[in-house]
Design a protein. Sequence first.
Length: 253
Amino acid sequence: MIINFATGIFLLLVILLVMSIRVLREYQRGVVFQLGRFWAVKGPGLFFLIPIVQQMVKVDLRTVVLDVPPQDVITRDNVSVKVNAVVYFRVVDPEKAIIQVVNFLEATSQLGQTTLRAVLGKHELDTLLSEREKLNADIQQTLDTATDAWGIKVSIVEIKHVDLNDSMVRAIARQAEAERERRAKVIHAEGELQASEKLLQAAEVLSRQAEAMQLRYLQTLSNIAGDKTSTIVFPIPMDVITPLLEAVKKRQG
């Protein structure tokens, strides 16, 4: 009877010892509670728990990739769009992640959705389409600040897609076409202005030297002669016509 009792005690101790052994991987931590109160954060590696008295909750420290489902966002200029994003975060304080919030994964997901709508709603559509890096940084900073009390670090937020309705797509296309036409007209006007300035400078240079004007006159005649035309107009300088006009006036007088 004594031997059987000793054997039973030994087996019970072995069972309790086996039940108390815990092994956690490098990326895992164990939040240990003793009689319902927080006791310590254990891991990684091998450690022991007192059965019944101590309980453990595992926490994964690896980066979690959270897909934020498409959200209906009304921009500052009253344009309705659908936007979805992806959030990268990890647990940096296992104690807070277990004690401060019921389910930190669900809480971060819900907070990501509301933050996405709140931040993007403060900006206009053009900003949403052209300044995604700035908006990503704003959303990441807002989320990181809000989740700090849960022991969570939000490292990256990326806007994936911005979906517009067909009428808005056509409006943006018309706006882009009008912008291209405006730029083309501005470039053409700037070219005309530069050409007129150069022509004015050339005229001033030619007016200071009569020989240069004559050379230009001969070059123009050469260009006209090279063209296949049946009519040639010979320009006559004013210094040649003026004496003839004065002589005609004297005779008539």
